[in-house]
Ligand binder design. Sequence first.
Ligand code: PGA
Length: 244
Amino acid sequence: MKINVFENYEELSKEVSEFIIERVNNNKKMLLCFAGGDTPVLAYKNLVKAYEEGRVDFKDCKFVGLDEWVGLDENDLGSCKYLLYKEVFEPLKIKEENICFFDGKAKNLQKECKNMDMFIEKYGPIDLIVLGIGVNGHLGFNEPGVSFENYTHVVNLQDSTKVVGQKYFEDEKKLEKGITLGIRYILESDTPILIANGKKKSDAIKRLLEDEITENMPASALKLHNNSHIFLDKEATLKINLKK
Ligand code: PGA
Protein backbone atom coordinates (compact mmCIF):
# COMPACT_ATOMS: atom_id res chain seq x y z
CA MET A 1 0.00 0.00 0.00
CA LYS A 2 1.63 3.24 -1.12
CA ILE A 3 0.76 6.29 0.92
CA ASN A 4 0.88 9.79 -0.57
CA VAL A 5 0.20 12.86 1.55
CA PHE A 6 -0.55 16.30 0.09
CA GLU A 7 -0.80 19.75 1.57
CA ASN A 8 -4.50 20.20 0.85
CA TYR A 9 -7.54 18.89 -1.03
CA GLU A 10 -6.67 20.80 -4.22
CA GLU A 11 -3.18 19.30 -4.46
CA LEU A 12 -4.49 15.87 -3.58
CA SER A 13 -7.17 16.05 -6.27
CA LYS A 14 -4.68 17.28 -8.86
CA GLU A 15 -2.38 14.36 -8.14
CA VAL A 16 -5.24 11.85 -8.31
CA SER A 17 -6.45 13.17 -11.66
CA GLU A 18 -2.91 13.17 -13.12
CA PHE A 19 -2.44 9.60 -11.86
CA ILE A 20 -5.60 8.54 -13.72
CA ILE A 21 -4.74 10.51 -16.88
CA GLU A 22 -1.31 8.91 -17.10
CA ARG A 23 -2.75 5.43 -16.83
CA VAL A 24 -5.54 6.02 -19.32
CA ASN A 25 -3.05 7.48 -21.79
CA ASN A 26 -0.97 4.29 -21.45
CA ASN A 27 -3.93 1.95 -21.82
CA LYS A 28 -6.84 3.49 -23.64
CA LYS A 29 -9.10 0.49 -23.14
CA MET A 30 -9.33 0.50 -19.38
CA LEU A 31 -12.19 -0.70 -17.25
CA LEU A 32 -12.61 2.02 -14.66
CA CYS A 33 -14.67 2.10 -11.50
CA PHE A 34 -15.42 5.49 -9.98
CA ALA A 35 -16.94 6.05 -6.55
CA GLY A 36 -19.64 8.58 -5.84
CA GLY A 37 -19.38 10.75 -2.73
CA ASP A 38 -17.91 14.20 -2.16
CA THR A 39 -14.24 13.25 -1.95
CA PRO A 40 -13.42 12.51 -5.61
CA VAL A 41 -15.48 15.34 -7.11
CA LEU A 42 -12.61 17.78 -7.61
CA ALA A 43 -10.45 15.06 -9.19
CA TYR A 44 -13.35 14.34 -11.57
CA LYS A 45 -13.61 18.03 -12.45
CA ASN A 46 -9.89 18.00 -13.23
CA LEU A 47 -10.39 14.99 -15.52
CA VAL A 48 -13.11 16.85 -17.39
CA LYS A 49 -10.85 19.87 -17.79
CA ALA A 50 -8.03 17.69 -19.10
CA TYR A 51 -10.47 16.05 -21.54
CA GLU A 52 -11.60 19.47 -22.77
CA GLU A 53 -7.97 20.47 -23.26
CA GLY A 54 -7.37 17.33 -25.31
CA ARG A 55 -4.94 15.81 -22.79
CA VAL A 56 -6.93 12.60 -22.31
CA ASP A 57 -9.82 10.76 -23.93
CA PHE A 58 -11.95 8.10 -22.31
CA LYS A 59 -13.88 7.05 -25.41
CA ASP A 60 -12.44 3.51 -25.46
CA CYS A 61 -12.78 3.01 -21.70
CA LYS A 62 -15.58 1.16 -19.96
CA PHE A 63 -17.00 2.30 -16.64
CA VAL A 64 -18.73 0.60 -13.75
CA GLY A 65 -20.34 2.28 -10.79
CA LEU A 66 -19.03 1.31 -7.39
CA ASP A 67 -22.29 1.43 -5.46
CA GLU A 68 -25.77 2.87 -5.11
CA TRP A 69 -28.36 3.52 -2.41
CA VAL A 70 -31.17 0.97 -2.69
CA GLY A 71 -34.37 2.85 -3.51
CA LEU A 72 -32.68 5.64 -5.49
CA ASP A 73 -31.76 6.06 -9.11
CA GLU A 74 -30.39 8.72 -11.46
CA ASN A 75 -33.50 10.85 -11.02
CA ASP A 76 -32.71 11.32 -7.34
CA LEU A 77 -30.42 14.30 -6.94
CA GLY A 78 -27.60 13.05 -4.72
CA SER A 79 -27.67 9.40 -5.78
CA CYS A 80 -24.35 7.90 -6.87
CA LYS A 81 -25.59 7.52 -10.43
CA TYR A 82 -26.80 11.13 -10.55
CA LEU A 83 -23.40 12.34 -9.40
CA LEU A 84 -21.35 10.19 -11.75
CA TYR A 85 -23.43 11.14 -14.79
CA LYS A 86 -23.29 14.82 -13.93
CA GLU A 87 -19.60 15.00 -13.01
CA VAL A 88 -18.08 12.34 -15.26
CA PHE A 89 -20.08 10.46 -17.89
CA GLU A 90 -21.95 13.39 -19.45
CA PRO A 91 -19.06 15.89 -19.60
CA LEU A 92 -16.68 13.17 -20.84
CA LYS A 93 -19.30 12.11 -23.43
CA ILE A 94 -19.15 8.45 -22.44
CA LYS A 95 -21.49 6.30 -24.52
CA GLU A 96 -24.22 4.47 -22.63
CA GLU A 97 -23.00 1.08 -23.90
CA ASN A 98 -19.68 1.70 -22.14
CA ILE A 99 -21.28 2.19 -18.73
CA CYS A 100 -22.71 -0.34 -16.30
CA PHE A 101 -24.40 1.17 -13.26
CA PHE A 102 -26.71 -0.14 -10.56
CA ASP A 103 -30.37 0.79 -10.69
CA GLY A 104 -31.13 1.21 -6.99
CA LYS A 105 -34.86 1.23 -7.76
CA ALA A 106 -34.84 -2.14 -9.55
CA LYS A 107 -37.34 -4.65 -8.18
CA ASN A 108 -34.87 -7.46 -8.65
CA LEU A 109 -31.62 -6.38 -7.02
CA GLN A 110 -30.04 -9.79 -7.53
CA LYS A 111 -30.47 -9.22 -11.25
CA GLU A 112 -28.66 -5.89 -10.89
CA CYS A 113 -25.80 -7.74 -9.19
CA LYS A 114 -25.75 -10.32 -11.98
CA ASN A 115 -25.71 -7.65 -14.72
CA MET A 116 -22.74 -6.03 -13.04
CA ASP A 117 -20.92 -9.34 -12.62
CA MET A 118 -21.49 -10.13 -16.30
CA PHE A 119 -20.19 -6.74 -17.43
CA ILE A 120 -17.06 -7.12 -15.31
CA GLU A 121 -16.59 -10.70 -16.49
CA LYS A 122 -16.74 -9.47 -20.09
CA TYR A 123 -14.50 -6.41 -19.80
CA GLY A 124 -12.62 -6.97 -16.56
CA PRO A 125 -10.78 -7.35 -14.37
CA ILE A 126 -11.12 -3.74 -13.31
CA ASP A 127 -7.99 -1.77 -14.15
CA LEU A 128 -8.42 1.15 -11.81
CA ILE A 129 -10.84 1.84 -8.96
CA VAL A 130 -11.27 5.21 -7.28
CA LEU A 131 -12.52 4.81 -3.71
CA GLY A 132 -13.52 7.05 -0.86
CA ILE A 133 -13.64 5.84 2.74
CA GLY A 134 -16.53 6.06 5.18
CA VAL A 135 -16.05 7.33 8.71
CA ASN A 136 -16.72 3.71 9.72
CA GLY A 137 -14.03 2.44 7.33
CA HIS A 138 -16.36 1.24 4.59
CA LEU A 139 -15.33 1.00 0.92
CA GLY A 140 -18.29 1.44 -1.38
CA PHE A 141 -21.08 -0.01 0.72
CA ASN A 142 -18.92 -2.76 2.13
CA GLU A 143 -19.75 -2.07 5.73
CA PRO A 144 -17.71 -3.32 8.71
CA GLY A 145 -18.15 -7.06 9.13
CA VAL A 146 -18.82 -7.76 5.43
CA SER A 147 -16.77 -10.61 3.99
CA PHE A 148 -13.74 -9.78 1.84
CA GLU A 149 -14.85 -12.66 -0.40
CA ASN A 150 -17.97 -10.94 -1.77
CA TYR A 151 -18.33 -9.88 -5.36
CA THR A 152 -21.46 -7.78 -6.06
CA HIS A 153 -23.97 -7.79 -3.23
CA VAL A 154 -26.71 -5.98 -1.31
CA VAL A 155 -25.86 -4.74 2.17
CA ASN A 156 -27.73 -3.50 5.23
CA LEU A 157 -26.28 -0.08 5.99
CA GLN A 158 -24.87 0.85 9.37
CA ASP A 159 -26.38 3.77 11.26
CA SER A 160 -23.36 6.01 10.65
CA THR A 161 -23.69 5.50 6.89
CA LYS A 162 -27.42 6.29 7.00
CA VAL A 163 -26.82 9.44 9.03
CA VAL A 164 -23.75 10.74 7.16
CA GLY A 165 -25.42 9.86 3.83
CA GLN A 166 -28.14 12.46 4.37
CA LYS A 167 -25.58 15.14 3.40
CA TYR A 168 -26.04 14.24 -0.29
CA PHE A 169 -29.76 14.97 -0.35
CA GLU A 170 -31.94 18.05 -0.12
CA ASP A 171 -34.77 16.18 1.65
CA GLU A 172 -34.31 13.45 4.19
CA LYS A 173 -34.12 10.03 2.53
CA LYS A 174 -34.88 6.61 3.92
CA LEU A 175 -31.53 4.88 3.58
CA GLU A 176 -31.54 1.24 4.65
CA LYS A 177 -29.59 -0.78 2.13
CA GLY A 178 -26.89 -0.35 -0.46
CA ILE A 179 -25.86 -2.31 -3.54
CA THR A 180 -22.14 -2.46 -4.10
CA LEU A 181 -19.16 -4.07 -5.73
CA GLY A 182 -17.60 -6.31 -3.12
CA ILE A 183 -14.11 -6.25 -1.69
CA ARG A 184 -13.17 -9.21 -3.89
CA TYR A 185 -13.42 -7.00 -6.98
CA ILE A 186 -11.23 -4.40 -5.32
CA LEU A 187 -8.63 -7.04 -4.50
CA GLU A 188 -8.76 -8.42 -8.03
CA SER A 189 -8.39 -4.99 -9.64
CA ASP A 190 -5.04 -3.87 -10.98
CA THR A 191 -4.89 -0.51 -9.19
CA PRO A 192 -7.22 0.50 -6.36
CA ILE A 193 -6.79 4.06 -5.16
CA LEU A 194 -8.32 5.46 -2.02
CA ILE A 195 -8.75 9.18 -1.45
CA ALA A 196 -9.48 10.84 1.88
CA ASN A 197 -9.39 14.45 2.97
CA GLY A 198 -10.23 16.45 6.02
CA LYS A 199 -10.25 15.96 9.79
CA LYS A 200 -13.51 14.05 9.59
CA LYS A 201 -11.62 11.13 8.01
CA SER A 202 -8.62 11.21 10.36
CA ASP A 203 -9.94 8.55 12.76
CA ALA A 204 -10.74 6.14 9.93
CA ILE A 205 -7.30 6.77 8.39
CA LYS A 206 -5.58 6.15 11.72
CA ARG A 207 -7.41 2.83 12.08
CA LEU A 208 -6.65 1.91 8.49
CA LEU A 209 -2.94 2.54 8.84
CA GLU A 210 -2.35 1.37 12.39
CA ASP A 211 -4.74 -1.52 12.98
CA GLU A 212 -4.57 -5.07 11.76
CA ILE A 213 -6.27 -6.28 8.59
CA THR A 214 -9.82 -7.14 9.57
CA GLU A 215 -13.27 -7.34 8.03
CA ASN A 216 -14.34 -4.92 10.75
CA MET A 217 -12.28 -2.30 8.92
CA PRO A 218 -13.14 -2.93 5.26
CA ALA A 219 -10.55 -0.45 3.95
CA SER A 220 -7.82 -2.55 5.58
CA ALA A 221 -8.31 -4.99 2.67
CA LEU A 222 -6.20 -2.54 0.66
CA LYS A 223 -3.20 -3.73 2.66
CA LEU A 224 -3.65 -7.14 1.02
CA HIS A 225 -3.16 -5.58 -2.41
CA ASN A 226 0.36 -5.00 -3.67
CA ASN A 227 -0.54 -2.08 -5.92
CA SER A 228 -2.94 -0.08 -3.78
CA HIS A 229 -2.44 3.67 -3.44
CA ILE A 230 -3.73 5.96 -0.74
CA PHE A 231 -3.98 9.70 -1.40
CA LEU A 232 -4.47 11.82 1.69
CA ASP A 233 -4.41 15.46 2.56
CA LYS A 234 -2.56 16.59 5.70
CA GLU A 235 -5.74 16.96 7.73
CA ALA A 236 -6.67 13.32 7.17
CA THR A 237 -3.32 12.30 8.70
CA LEU A 238 -3.65 14.45 11.84
CA LYS A 239 -3.94 11.44 14.14
CA ILE A 240 -1.07 9.38 12.80
CA ASN A 241 2.71 9.48 12.76
CA LEU A 242 3.85 9.11 9.21
CA LYS A 243 7.50 8.16 8.81
CA LYS A 244 9.16 10.50 6.36
P1 PGA B 1 -17.52 11.08 0.99
O1 PGA B 1 -18.02 9.57 1.16
O2 PGA B 1 -16.54 11.07 -0.15
O3 PGA B 1 -18.76 11.85 0.66
O4 PGA B 1 -16.88 11.46 2.26
C1 PGA B 1 -17.08 8.54 1.23
C2 PGA B 1 -17.74 7.24 1.61
O5 PGA B 1 -18.64 7.22 2.46
O6 PGA B 1 -17.31 6.20 1.09
